[in-house]
Design a protein around this ligand. Sequence first.
Ligand code: ZN
Length: 325
Amino acid sequence: MSRLDQLAAITSVEGEISRFYLTREHAAAVKLISGWMTEAGLDVAVDPAGTLIGRKEGATRAAKTLLLGSHIDTVANAGRFDGCLGVVVAIEAMAELRRLGRSLPYSVEVVAFGGAEASRFPTMLVGARVLAGGAPPGVLDVADSDGVTLRQALTEFGCDPDKISDAARRASDLLGYVEVHIEHGLVLQGEGVSVGVVTMISGESRFGVEVRGMAGHASTLPMKVRRDALSGAAEMLLAIEDVARSTAGLLATVGKFSIKPGSAGVVPEQADFCVDVRSPIDGVRRSGWREIDRRARAIARLRRLTYTVGPKFLFVESTDRNTVI
Ligand SMILES: [Zn+2]
């Protein structure tokens, strides 16, 4: 708990926990956790994606490796347990084994990923995808809101972005990956159960949507000729919610929304929002998005609005291949 408190104090915004990928705060967390890893008898390194790795060799050189860990970057205004719990628990486990003088027949690596969240760059799970050999093409060229590319940020962080594909692990060298993670969903809490086992991870697709109508004066533009982008987008949002509510296993969220010109006396000309669609079953996610897209297009047509879906910027397949060791 004291270590989680120390990590929670590393933030870019006073009074909240905001620690973004490849920032000064991320570097400070890496430094702090490196010290704990060294104390626990682990050999410390940072991979080309900025993932901090603490390794304990197995009894034989040929031994496979078990990965333990989680992420140490955060969303804006995060909770103190998200990500960090999995890293701190793994280090504590290794320290305890050392204290007991126990060695394991396999190697262990505690990994502290960065770039799990899309708080700085418009992409997610960077460290984990690099390690799994699945970094999306072009990922180094994505830029943050200041125009700093991931390539530049990695270089400033002391990593070599050109070596990013070298960080991929071969499945045949690994025993598995185990992550302890705080529950985000309130389900265990509601049931009064203290721990559960994840059997499946939801796949995720995100789409940027732009709805365009026509701006106009709030007092002179008659209601019947209006092409109000915000009213149209609002109807789309309710349709998105309706599709997700009526489809088993589908979750859909609009968590980002903006309008232009955004003035109290002007009919909105443009609405932009991001649709996040998830399901543990890939087929449900794909057909869920198709239905959302179909209904949104129909709403746009009736309201004489232009509806455009930008390039899909995040896409992760679900997995039902998790096994319990
Ligand atoms: Zn997390």
